[in-house]
Design a protein around this ligand. Structure first.
Ligand code: NAD
Length: 294
């Protein structure tokens, strides 16, 4: 079994790394800021730099916040690139700008190292259960080699195209999720203020065309007034910023995404950056001066 280096042991990376240890892989782990004694206690080898992870691994997985962190960890001083061995495959599972994935991929390709961008959807509960949806971009041969490893962290693992395609797919996912939460919020604030019980509205429409995974996940939280993350408003701001930058570079206007971005910005100003993204409902509730609750 290949030795796997795992970099970035936050909300998502830590349970993903645990699932790989449970599956019997030898892990070499590092995080620049978070402690990882718990993973060492489970049998992982803890090291003190990204370079050291690379020098001890055949497959390297990164799970970091955004493009600058990934570029620093892989291409920066003391980074993965300084410790790579021939034949290593680097898999970045962070949600970052597709252009940044392509930059990292091209730099590694010049050194004959395969790179995949393989962001995930599903959040912490699915990271813990090992049932993430994984959307990968890169060389098919490299993908086939790491697929059995990705399947220990996800229940759906799909190669969607070349390097960068994984993060393009993730941006599409994040646009659909953000706009869906906004649409659901707008509709439920209206129907509540019109005097119809929101639980009844949910029960009546969830099985029809308007029903969605987003509605099923978020309406129960909104009805309970539970805005604990989940997926934080500030992370969705990061993803929509990457979507807007990518779209504008391609001359694609995305007006609805821009509108929901401003809603998220308003929530941030209102002190809700660390709330779950279903706090978008709070924005509409404040506009209409009504709460969508049981
Ligand atoms: P997180 O902030 O909890 O974890 C990121 C970790 O990276 C931190 O522990 C940090 O110390 C570490 N780090 C930062 N820079 C580093 C560096 N240069 N070298 C080594 N370690 C470094 O974030 P998260 O919630 O685990 O999310 C990770 C990625 O997954 C993000 O791109 C996010 O958008 C995406 N994602 C998150 C969720 C979710 O629900 N949290 C769901 C799907 C996708």
């Amino acid at each position: 079994m290949a030795t796997i280096g795992f970099i970035g042991l936050g909300i998502m990376g830590r349970p993903m790394a645990k699932n790989l240890i449970s599956a019997g892989y030898k892990l070499v782990v590092y995080d620049k800021f978070a402690k990882f004694d718990d993973l060492v206690a489970l049998g992982a080898e803890g090291v003190s730099s990204n370079k050291e992870v690379a020098s001890k691994s055949e497959i390297i997985i990164t799970m970091l916040p955004n493009s600058p962190h990934v570029k620093e960890a892989i291409l920066g001083a003391g980074g993965v690139i300084e410790g790579l061995k021939p034949g290593t495959i680097v898999v970045d599972m962070s949600s970052i700008a597709p252009a940044a994935s392509q930059e990292v991929g091209a730099t590694l390709k010049a050194k004959n190292i395969a790179f995949l961008d393989a962001p995930v959807s599903g959040g912490e509960p699915k990271a813990i259960d090992g049932t993430l949806a994984i959307m990968a971009g890169g060389d098919k041969a490299a993908f086939e080699k790491v697929k059995p490893i990705l399947e220990k962290m996800g229940s759906s693992v799909v190669l969607v195209g070349d390097v960068g395609a994984g993060n393009v797919t993730k941006l599409a996912n994040q646009i659909v999720v953000a706009l869906n939460i906004a649409a659901v919020s707008e509709a439920f604030v209206l129907s509540t203020k019109a005097g119809v019980n929101p639980q009844s509205v949910f029960d009546a429409i969830k099985g029809g065309l308007a029903g969605s995974t987003v509605m099923n996940a978020k309406i129960p939280m909104i009805l309970d007034g539970n805005f604990k993350p989940g997926f934080r408003v500030e992370l969705h701001i990061k993803d929509l910023q990457n979507a807007l930058d990518t779209a504008h570079n391609l001359n694609v206007p995305i007006p609805l995404t821009a509108a929901v971005m401003e809603t998220l910005q308003a929530l941030k100003v209102d002190g809700m950056a660390a709330n779950d993204h279903c706090a978008i409902a709070r924005y509409y509730e404040k506009l209409a001066k009504i709460e969508v609750r049981k």
